[in-house]
Design a protein around this ligand. Structure first.
Ligand code: ZN
Length: 448
């Protein structure tokens, strides 16, 4: 058993504890409380005191694409044109990188996550194996969602689904206690209605989690409501037929039965009041990615409304090709600043509820709220230590505020998953940070 202590323990599920401690045995939290009391209760336990710092639940990144980490900054010159962005990404991945490179790219992304205090990822991969290997290698928890290929034709839904199912079944063989497999129909404009229906039925029958990119941009909204605009041009270029459903993306997903599976919907920037109602009523969840949305110029998702409707919301970095960092404290800060700056806001989001969103919110978005997301006895020991002694953070008058408005990945000292240290003071503990970095640099060179 070990006792981790610091000036503050922030359990999320209860009040902040000054001079607090967390007792951990094997993979679980045994007890939390005042440092002196825990030492008295467990005198034999090993002690680790972090001093001027806060111990809190691990951060959850509910939406990432670890496999394209090597493309950080690589697509910035074409991001004004989403089609060109996608083509450059797809071509580079197909023509210049081999499977092993994509795996290394994902491992580097997982390393970045561990360094930023992310203990759990909701990661989407065209090559699901890459994300799976990455989380395993660094020692993180997560759900790896195998993504569909471009599959917009109803006539091909049978074969599209058969291929997808084969991939999922193969990945499931490698599931561990920490890493589980989910499925991601990429987006309503790349997946046929029939394939969506098949995936939903399969996911419900097999109890597999689903995530979907949804309601991300005006172009997508226009395509669904009127059948015109950017995506209509893309469909025309590819000689594809499209009958606009003439409803919003969220209404469409409800209509074809996808929301029955309570999917995790990434983005939800372009949503109406009715859409938000539908998401709330069906128990669907949201991965809020404010920095990626802003970088593409897509707009601001109404976080305050999601939270007020009690929708399960977590933060996501999206890929670092569209962010360009995986830093959930920074993501949370952007989310708050954007939300507070909206003209018709009803209230001021508080630092405390945003820290809850970054931890328990993300866990709930991934359906893992019973295992992780708070510091409580019997929960998994997924926790982080964030230093509070940087010049840029001091003085600390309010811990929630210091975390949200003055801290970032720089300040994370320890990342622990299931009771095991995976990152401490600049170094990954289960793999060599140096080796991974060198390999990633080689791959980046191949992209050019
Ligand atoms: Zn995404």
């Amino acid at each position: 058993m070990k006792i981790l202590s610091a000036d503050y323990v922030l359990p999320v599920s209860s009040e902040l504890i000054e001079n607090g401690a967390v007792a951990v045995e094997k993979d679980k939290i045994i007890s939390i409380g005042k440092r002196d009391e825990l030492i008295k209760k467990f005198p034999e336990a090993n002690r680790d005191n972090f001093g001027e710092a806060v111990i809190m639940p691990g951060l959850v990144n509910a939406h990432s694409h670890l496999e394209i980490t090597a493309m950080r900054g690589f697509l910035d010159d074409v991001e004004e044109d989403f089609y060109a962005w996608l083509i450059k990404l797809t071509k580079t991945r197909a023509e210049k990188l081999v499977d092993k490179d994509i795996e290394t790219s994902a491992i580097f992304g997982a390393l970045e996550g561990a360094r930023a205090g992310v203990t759990c990822f909701g990661d989407i991969g065209r090559m699901g194996k890459a994300g799976l290997q990455a989380l395993k290698k660094i020692g993180l928890r997560g759900i790896v969602f195998q993504e569909t290929e471009f599959s917009p034709k109803n006539e091909e839904a049978e074969s599209d689904f058969a291929r997808l199912k084969d991939k999922i079944l193969a990945l499931k063989e490698s599931e561990t206690e920490l890493v589980k497999i989910g499925v991601s129909p990429h987006a309503p404009y790349t997946v046929s209605r029939k394939l969506f229906e098949k995936i939903t039925d399969y996911a419900l029958a097999e109890n597999i989690k689903i995530t979907i990119h949804a309601a991300e941009s005006n172009q997508e909204r226009e395509f669904f409501l009127t059948g015109e605009g950017f995506f209509a041009e893309v469909y025309e270029k590819l000689n594809l037929k499209w009958n606009a459903p003439k409803v919003s993306v969220i209404e469409y997903l409800a209509e074809i039965g996808v929301l029955r599976a309570k999917p995790l919907l990434a983005h939800c920037v372009k949503v109406s009041e009715r859409d938000i109602e539908l998401i709330a009523e069906t128990g669907s969840r949201i991965a809020h990615c404010p920095k990626s949305n802003a970088k593409f110029g897509h707009g601001i998702a109404p976080l305050e409304k999601f939270l007020d409707k009690k929708i399960r919301v977590g933060f996501g970095s999206d890929s670092v090709a569209s962010n360009n960092t995986c830093d959930i404290l920074e993501e949370a800060r952007f989310a708050t600043l954007f939300a507070r700056n909206i003209k018709d806001k009803k209230r001021f989001l508080t630092a405390r509820e945003i820290i809850e969103t970054a931890t328990l919110g993300g866990a709930s978005a991934l359906g893992l709220e019973n295992e992780i997301g708070t510091l409580e006895a019997n929960k998994q020991a997924d926790l982080i230590v964030v230093a509070l002694d940087n010049i840029a953070q001091m003085p600390v008058h309010n811990v929630y505020s210091a975390l949200l408005f003055a801290s970032n990945a720089r300040d994370v000292r320890l990342t622990m998953v299931g009771g095991e240290e995976v990152y401490r003071d600049g170094q990954a503990k289960k793999a060599s940070s140096k080796e991974i970095t060198l390999k990633m640099k080689e791959i980046a060179g191949k992209c050019k």
